[in-house]
Design a binder for this molecule. Sequence first.
Ligand SMILES: Cc1cc2nc3c(=O)[nH]c(=O)nc-3n(C[C@H](O)[C@H](O)[C@H](O)COP(=O)(O)OP(=O)(O)OC[C@H]3O[C@@H](n4cnc5c(N)ncnc54)[C@H](O)[C@@H]3O)c2cc1C
Length: 402
Amino acid sequence: MDFGDTPAEAAFRAEAQSWLEANAPAKGSPEAFNEMFNPGINAGREEEMAGRARAWQARLAADGWACLDWPTEHGGRGASTMEAIIFEEEQSRYGVVMSIFMAALDMAAPTLMAWGTDEQKRRFLDPIRRGEMVFAQLFSEPNAGSDLAGLQTRAVRDGDEFVVNGQKVWNSYAHLADWGILLARTDSDVPKHQGLTYFFVEMDTEGLEPRPLRQITGGAEFNETFFDDVRVPAENVIGGVNNGWAVAQTTLNSERAAVGAQSSRVDVPALVELARRKDQDGDPAVRQSLAEAWIRSEVLRYLGMRVYTALSQGTEIGPEASITKILAGDHIRDTSQTAMELLGPEAMLNDDSWVWQMVGHFAHKIGGGTPEIQRNVIGERILGLPREPRADKGVPFRDLKM
Ligand SMILES: Cc1cc2nc3c(=O)[nH]c(=O)nc-3n(C[C@H](O)[C@H](O)[C@H](O)COP(=O)(O)OP(=O)(O)OC[C@H]3O[C@@H](n4cnc5c(N)ncnc54)[C@H](O)[C@@H]3O)c2cc1C
């Protein structure tokens, strides 16, 4: 199989390159907004970065480059999956990191496409594409991260609304978001996976309060989010009452693939350049590390294509996204480690993006599910190994000792 561009793809890549060259900010330029890898540099500037990302998404949409592979009825270009990958590859060479849109583009939108009613798709997909709706994922709780189905936030039906009470945590960009994707418990009399419902909730609803958590990097991307009698219209239920666990699987699989794809875009040519600058490109051990970094990045590229090919054939992203996520986490860790060895003491003096990548690599491994959980998914759903022993199987949620 030849993974090089076909003539049509090469022409598309050239068109994308020339549009990006004319419109996208260069990496490291004052207009760049690469917040993901530079939390230290961008600490306190989250709103400004969010504004730039919103403006960029609007620009992409206006010029026909946003959500390329979405169906045309939802404002996409109906482009092939390969064209969407090519555009992402080219865009990643610029000072543009769209992590603030991850929950909208890579979680809310695919979930809506799979589970939303026609009315919900009409209401949300086009504004998401145009960068008018930043979403936050409101899933994790103080007692429910890996064991997400154990969540305790309650949503109680009251006429045409649900009343939500509880607390979420680690909600990336919730303080900057317009909407949240919320998983809440609507039935405690059934086993824990069966009583959950998936909602879209407007972040400025009365009683809903995200409180930013200041991190050791100085940045504040995460929040604890409190719900105090928050009223959510029943029309904002996605995929049916008490069907939230199945709906959330679409979100989680897309999230793993997206986190994996984002983490896998480590700038290996920049690492080679660093080795040259430090005059260490002739060192056999350094050359070995550089070659390994290149091999990892190529393997990840092909794994990413596998995931997207499955998507283009109408199959949802499945457990294979867990493989990409584990490898991408290891890649970002090992590549940053090589950069630290090359930089030596300079690493401690510089606000270098490699340093922020090194301190931030744990986030990539944990966000979207820890490596241990991904290994459980692979063991159970790909290799067919026995499932983890579960004391809560078949037990109504209200009878569990939490
Ligand atoms: C960068 C980042 C962004 C995030 N963004 C969001 C967000 O926007 N919205 C949101 O809702 N959440 C978000 N999270 C939260 C994230 O989903 C959770 O941190 C993650 O699922 C782990 O849950 P936890 O922190 O409660 O750890 P725990 O579940 O308490 O896990 C602690 C340790 O125990 C291990 N462990 C737990 N269960 C098992 C098991 N069954 N088998 C083997 N090992 C196990 C874990 O692997 C881990 O090492 C984010 C986290 C990070 C780091």
